[in-house]
Design a protein around this ligand. Structure first.
Ligand code: AMP
Length: 460
């Protein structure tokens, strides 16, 4: 396949124009109209979902026909089920499921991070719970090789993996990808940002050319389009907007701070809000994540840190604590928090700003999930004003400035956001009510990094 951009000549475009009415006015299309195997419909029903999200309604019937798909879908849009269900459908409707002894997966899903890998594999367990023969394995970095080796050398149907470790197994001759029928690239744009392009190409080259490729990405521009051109055959392009576009709104708020001590006091006050069900506090560094978690614990909060420097076992344990509501607050860095999908997270607080404006959208997307509302509060020092401007340009929305009574910033940011700031006290005191602040449609229109902060290659 030549190195070409996918163009409108070789793709079919199914678009939902993002207009709220266009989604809500659509006639009800239950899952049963999508053509899925009865065992999968049963599992979907058991999970309590009645209507497919926009991306599911568009991608599932198309994927079932066996064509390659390039899909733009934001995190929180229900995209995981949009590829897991048709992939399992293929397994469920195929006679090969009875080939007990065969080695190597028939479905391979590549994701950018360990957390996302675990989330996708959990989705396979959920939607495959009526397929008793289904065997799923995960391969991620940062954990011992032994158990993974046993898993990939045993008969298995679905393998969910991060590219780096998977390639290690491939290069050492321990992994057979010759049975792969469906290759899924989840959050392809992120994988490319993290420098996985060569790994992905090497992995794809080890799978049969006849495979079906399903690519999901926040954007289909630039390098993602190039990758699609290399790995896919006349992909059908699907552009939908997240169901959270219309059903869920994330309210944003900005607090200016004089410095770190002021941010600590703001954070302490904000976390006393009884409206907080569970919150993620984002920090810029691992050291900050540890420091903030320790000081919040000293204040009596049920809190833990989560960052890429922690062993995988501890990270899993912490995430479980969050899911089981043993933790009310998670203090996390960007890399560790990617892919966290806990619907009860009501608040995201940016204690440290993200590296890119796109990361900001991903961060605040940890709240307002699965039809709920969420509040995203950013604490910024005046030196961060250009980053705030960049975020506002990226989301095309201003973040309303707010203050807390008794904790107003001393210095005023002179036009720090490129617009007149609210006088002190315009919105002060209570954090209880959801203010009529800016709402952000979850899922950003385009990528834009902070101009002074080039995107770094990151590995999970
Ligand atoms: P995802 O974009 O795959 O991370 O999914 C975001 C959230 O939406 C997860 O909590 C899913 O469990 C949930 N979800 C997925 N499909 C549906 C659906 N059809 N109806 C309601 N919630 C869903």
């Amino acid at each position: 396949m030549s190195d070409i951009d996918i163009t409108l000549d070789n793709v079919a475009v199914i678009t939902n124009d993002g207009n709220p009415e266009s989604t809500t006015d659509q006639p009800a299309t239950g899952f049963d109209l999508l053509g899925l195997h009865p065992a999968l419909l049963k599992a979907v029903q058991l999970s309590g979902y009645t209507e497919p999200t926009a991306v599911q309604a568009a991608a599932i019937p198309a994927a079932i026909t066996g064509v390659d798909l390039a899909v733009t879908a934001a995190t929180g849009s229900g995209k995981t089920a949009a590829f897991v269900l048709p992939a399992l459908h293929r397994l469920a409707t195929s006679e090969l499921k009875s080939q007990r002894g065969a080695v190597g997966p028939r479905v391979l899903v590549l994701t950018p991070t360990r957390e996302l890998t675990i989330q996708v594999s959990q989705a396979c367990d959920t939607y495959g719970n009526q397929l008793r023969w289904l065997r799923t394995a995960t391969v991620v970095g940062g954990v011992p090789y032994g158990a993974q080796l046993r898993a990939i050398k045993s008969p298995l149907d679905v393998l969910v993996a991060t590219p780096g470790r998977l390639l290690d197994h491939l290069n050492s001759g321990n992994l057979n990808l010759s049975r792969v029928e469906v290759l899924v690239l989840d959050e392809a744009d992120r994988m490319l940002d993290m420098g996985f392009i060569e790994d992905i190409e090497a992995i794809a080259a080890a799978t049969p050319a006849t495979r079906q490729t399903l690519l999901f990405s926040a954007t289909l521009a630039g390098n993602v389009a190039k990758l699609a051109g290399k790995l896919m055959r006349s992909p059908q392009r699907i552009e939908t907007h997240s169901h959270t576009d219309t059903n869920t709104f994330i309210t944003q708020r900005l607090h200016w701070a004089d410095g770190r001590g002021h941010k600590d006091r703001l954070l302490e006050r904000l976390l006393t809000d009884p409206e907080i069900d569970q919150a993620i506090v984002f920090t810029s560094t691992q050291i900050d994540a540890e420091r903030v978690a320790v000081s919040l614990e000293a204040l009596g909060h049920a809190v833990a840190a989560l960052h890429g420097g922690m062993p995988q076992g501890r990270r899993n344990h912490t995430l479980l604590g969050l899911r089981r509501r043993k933790l009310r607050i998670l203090v996390a860095t960007d890399v560790a928090a990617r892919g966290i999908d806990v619907p009860t997270i009501s608040h995201v607080i940016n204690y440290g700003l993200p590296i890119t404006a796109e990361d900001y959208v991903h961060r605040i997307g940890r709240t307002g999930r699965a039809g709920r509302t969420g509040l995203a509060i950013t604490l910024a020092e005046y030196g961060d004003a250009h980053k705030i401007r960049s975020i506002e340009r990226f989301t095309t929305q201003q973040i309303p400035v707010s203050t807390l009574e008794g904790l107003e910033p001393k210095a005023r940011p002179a036009n720090a956001t490129g617009r007149p700031t609210r006088p002190h006290g315009a919105r002060s005191g209570s954090e209880r009510a959801r203010p009529s602040g800016t709402t952000v449609r979850h899922g950003a229109p385009a990528r834009r990094d902070f101009s002074d902060a080039p995107r770094r290659a990151r590995r999970p």
